[in-house]
Write a protein that binds this ligand. Structure first.
Ligand SMILES: NC(=O)NCCC[C@H](N)C(=O)O
Length: 407
């Protein structure tokens, strides 16, 4: 398919020319972060909010300059929340929180029902404190501190990569592992199920299923997925996704890649990302260490063949049908620079086309290596955004790329 008749939706690789992407511009939810809650909310510091927004605007600006359509979660949500059925679904999911109790739950439903779509969309992401909510006849409310949350904020909403992932022409709304992020998928799910733009798109997964996060899913090439299994995605989640992808029919091989269960490697896309058709930026120690189980199915996912494990890069080259995948290392050969730049999302790049990638400017050594290898690196600032431990790939969910064959 050529660029002119590219599908309205669809992602068959990490590098096909990017056409449309979902972002979330960080807002008031970042103002909820304090030194007491930042750990539980999965931030390594307290971001300067205005600066984080300016950095995010630079990111979005870079995408727009390169012809990418930028869709914002806030606007899509507000558009959905014009629909009574979407408002009802969101109210039911928020007020089902057992911590609220019957009275506060009922009062909260009435409060949400009075909000205009845009304000409701903002409250759902920014959260709501007791003092913002106002008076209540509930015991729960009486016993809360003024700054305690009636609705928890979602400061990680800007990492749109994790709560949904496109596989061919279908979307998987994922099942997030960390309590601080679980409610994100009620919002992304709402968008994909209710927004007229996406309502007809086939849905491959849902948040009630085994844990699976989009940052762990790499579309290595048409028909081939790599799924990291570690702190977030479970083996059961990877297996379920594989079955569903085989059943849907666009995927022939799923490589399941165990990754260390620690914060520095929370998702596979913190360890490696594709920057070209057969080139990857990767944390050097992973080159030899990463292994993969190769999953295939001869009957559309009803039964699975599981082979391996073998070295990930060999399994990937076999599955894609190339001699080898060329690796560009994060940082230098010295362990310290590599570790620092891996931590700062040096290999969490977003490809706009084969050989063109957006990267944080701070990872100077990795970026220089990429440039030396002939990759065009478009840098963006990320000093504040980075405190959430996610880079350009984490902060974007592509819904349309040109087909790999034509990219
Ligand atoms: N794919 C990614 O690596 N996403 C970054 C997620 C960062 C977020 N603070 C988290 O811990 O989930």
């Amino acid at each position: 398919m050529s660029a002119n008749d590219a599908p309205a939706f669809g992602v068959d690789s990490e590098v096909g020319r990017l056409r449309s992407v979902m972002l979330h511009r960080p807002g008031g939810e970042l103002r909820r972060l304090t030194p007491r809650n930042n750990g539980a909310l999965l931030f390594d510091g307290i971001p300067w909010v205005e600066r984080a927004q300016a950095e995010h605007d630079r990111f979005a600006g870079t995408l727009l300059e390169h012809g990418v359509e930028v869709l914002y979660v806030g606007a899509l949500l507000a558009e959905c929340l014009e629909l009574p059925e979407a408002r009802e679904a969101v109210s039911v999911s928020v007020t089902a929180d057992p911590r609220l109790g019957q009275t506060l739950g009922r009062e909260l439903a009435a409060y949400l029902a009075d909000l205009e779509p845009e304000r409701l969309a903002a409250v759902l992401v920014e959260g709501l404190t007791k003092e913002e909510f106002g008076t209540s006849g509930s015991l729960r409310h009486k016993m809360m501190r003024p700054t305690e949350f009636v609705i928890d904020p979602l400061p990680n909403m800007m990492f749109t990569r994790d709560s949904s992932v496109w596989i061919g022409d279908a979307v998987a709304v994922t099942s997030l592992a960390m309590p601080a992020r679980r409610r994100e998928t009620t919002l992304t799910g709402l968008i994909y199920h209710h927004h007229p733009r996406f309502a007809a798109v086939p849905k491959l997964y849902d948040p009630s299923l085994e844990h699976l996060e989009g940052g762990d899913v790499l579309a290595l090439a048409p028909g081939v997925l790599a799924v990291g299994v570690g702190e977030r995605t479970t083996p059961a989640g990877a297996e379920r996704l594989a079955r569903k992808a085989f059943e849907h029919g666009r995927i022939h091989t799923v490589l399941v890649v165990p990754i260390a269960q620690r914060r520095a490697t929370m998702h596979l896309d913190t360890v490696c990302t594709m920057v070209d058709r057969d080139r990857m930026v990767m944390y050097a120690p992973a080159e030899q260490r990463l292994e993969a189980y190769t999953l295939t199915s001869a009957d559309g996912g009803a039964s699975l063949s599981i082979k391996g494990p073998k070295r990930f890069l060999d399994a990937a080259a076999d599955a894609i049908g190339v001699d080898r995948i060329e690796i560009i290392h994060t940082g230098e050969r010295d362990v310290v620079t590599a570790e620092r730049e891996q931590w700062d999302d040096g290999n969490n790049t977003l490809a706009l086309a084969p050989g063109i990638a957006v990267a944080y400017e701070r990872n100077t050594v990795t970026n220089a290596r990429l440039e030396r290898a002939g990759i065009k690196v478009l840098t963006i600032p990320g000093s504040e955004l980075g405190s959430g431990r996610g880079g350009p790939r984490c902060m974007s969910c592509p819904s349309a790329r040109d087909a790999f064959a034509d990219a």
